[in-house]
Design a binder for this molecule. Sequence first.
Ligand SMILES: NC(=O)c1ccc[n+]([C@@H]2O[C@H](COP(=O)([O-])OP(=O)(O)OC[C@H]3O[C@@H](n4cnc5c(N)ncnc54)[C@H](O)[C@@H]3O)[C@@H](O)[C@H]2O)c1
Length: 386
Amino acid sequence: VAATVAVGLGAIKRGLASPNGLATACKPLCELALAPTSRIELGGHELIGRTPMETADLLHRRSGLFGERLLARVRGDLREFQRNIRPGTAIGCGRAIEELSPRPRGARSGTAQQAIDRIRRDLRDFSRRNRLDRVVVINVASTEPLIRRQGLPDRWAALDRQLGKRSGAAPPASSLYAIAAIQESMPYINFTPSLGCDVPAIRELAEARGTPIMGSDGKTGETLLRSVLAPMFRARDLRVLSWTGHNILGNRDGRILAIPANKAAKLSNKEQLLASILGYRPHTHTGIDFVESLDDWKTAWDHVHFEGFLGTKMNVQFIWQACDSILAAPLVIDLARLADYHASRGGRGVMTHLACFFKAPMGVSEHSFAKQVDALHGYVQDALRR
Ligand SMILES: NC(=O)c1ccc[n+]([C@@H]2O[C@H](COP(=O)([O-])OP(=O)(O)OC[C@H]3O[C@@H](n4cnc5c(N)ncnc54)[C@H](O)[C@@H]3O)[C@@H](O)[C@H]2O)c1
């Protein structure tokens, strides 16, 4: 996702591609005074040694994305991105992610507090070297195993004390990046199902520091379609008896999601949405399988069995075939611009107006895509009136 964001921003900046797929390029969002995409600089943290250029080349060769000429023209942008990448932390990420790192022990050594201090230094350094007005931190790292947040203290003061200890429950890396960003007053967005900032103690910290936050888990494919279709069944009183789905995908995200604990984090987001929209729990099952040959292309097949007038049972089936990173990258750019805009106007706390971008939007119980988009447009109208 990160490499595709870099290719996309480079291509748009050089006039090699239209901003197709960016919600912030269309009305009404484009009417806000958003940062131009040409002014965005990229940086990040990584565990592996592969450069964004190598990842982009791989996406081109294996998945047929981008063109060779386009890749050649954005090479400089990808090198610039690479210069801003620092070694990340794998604390609390589980074995599969730790083992991505060529120095798995190093990536999880030290205390959580030491990792946070290092990330904060990297973020400040990135901002200073590039003379940035603002940094927005977006988590697009691999999905961590499902973590029970009950193990973590609810209050920030208690969690803060725990971060410096070598024993006891430490929050996972996604939460350490979140804490570092919030403490640097940099808006934080969690595009993954990992825990990130969705912990009472971290929300308390964000509130106290006045830093905008949002998550979790980008709504890009099957779940997007579910959040469009499910309100129709409800509005027409067509009772959904079962909603089963099967996903096959082949990229590294797919490899990590094939591990049961990591998969559980993704599935819990996908399934909660249906019950919340329908108002009851139909039989559901969602499968995610890793099929290496598919590379970045994902297929989701959904079968919805429903009951209509006079108890007649019918079904609808759909197949969604799409390229994962091509769906996600424009959302990441939109989120960066919208979070920057919100912070520039003194916005703070959970950015609930961004719910339409997420499978499990923090602080929002409304899952219907149309209603979430209405809420975002309402925010825009309010902002334009002020
Ligand atoms: N359509 C989509 O692609 C989509 C939609 C919703 C959510 N997501 C989520 O976005 C994330 C990224 O997806 P992707 O396809 O780019 O995955 P990917 O595996 O290609 O890239 C993830 C990168 O994160 C790095 N990483 C893992 N843990 C890290 C850590 N603790 N610190 C720093 N770097 C770390 C990995 O080395 C890897 O290079 C996944 O969690 C995925 O579930 C993607």
